[in-house]
Design a protein around this ligand. Sequence first.
Ligand code: ADE
Ligand code: ZN
Length: 333
Amino acid sequence: MAPETPTPSTLPKAELHVHIEGALEPELTFDRARRNGIALPYAGVEDLRGRYDFSDLQSFLDLYYTGMNVLRQAEDFTALADDYLARAARQGVRHAEIFFDPQAHTTRGVSLGTVLDGLEASLSSSRERFGVSTGLIACFLRDRGPEEAERMLDELLEHSHRIIGVGLDSAELGHPPADFANVFARAREAGLHLVAHAGEEGPAEYVWQALDVLGVERVDHGIRAIDDEELVKRLARDRMPLTVCPLSNVRLRCVDTLSQHCLPRLVDAGVRTTINSDDPSYFGGHVGDNFEAIEHELGFGVPELRELALNSVEAAFLSESERDRLRGEVHSG
Ligand code: ADE
Ligand code: ZN
């Protein structure tokens, strides 16, 4: 039988920007609330889904942090990761570097050990069950400030073999990357990979800081770089990956419509961009859905989509042998 033509959705790829708590589907929210005896302020799944109408990043974060309150026991995190991996695998994901927000759990009494035990119980057999290799990246909540991030890092370093890197997320405006210089220097010293959300809602200046002060290896989002010609040149020159999340940017009104998204301009300028889902349960789909959306709304053809998939492999924190294996899959997939 002739091999099937790849669709944007099934093209093999790596996902480098997904918050596991943002993969919490309303069905699982209700299931876990029932198991954990938690009363939810929603009439049901459809009522909850109906509230996914955001005016900006903060309006989303309010619902996101409320939703994850149903995650109490290790098995809740296992179920969440299993659900994400099954859906991602159906959309061609072969490798996922997954963010989690430790402070969003520890500050409500769920220990870092519980979160890691739960996620690992899923991820440790993900390759065999879903064909997806994985790594975990712990993100600091920037709106809780650098002192709390320092303390979180102390705790994370006791588990440093269980994560591949650290990131920076949550409400961006007023919380510049430079505030976290010392935290990131310590994480680098410990041999962890470094990434940070910058230039999602915040200005291009925050992207400069992520590069020059934090020394990140990838910038998450980074779309406001388009406002600064020098910055775009710098990103292109250094082959610095941007993990772009097109559907998220529309849902959070960082861009008015997908057809106005700066992705084509970044690609044309030679910036290494990857396509990601961010918070797939909240923003209308997984990474394959994002590929389909840019095909339809921005006119990307299969060769260009394959190039974006290849970028995700080049930008992943993989050994060279793993990277080679994945490159082969993207070329022939
Ligand atoms: N946490 C989860 N999703 C996020 C996003 N899009 N921006 C910043 N922090 C987040
Ligand atoms: Zn994100």
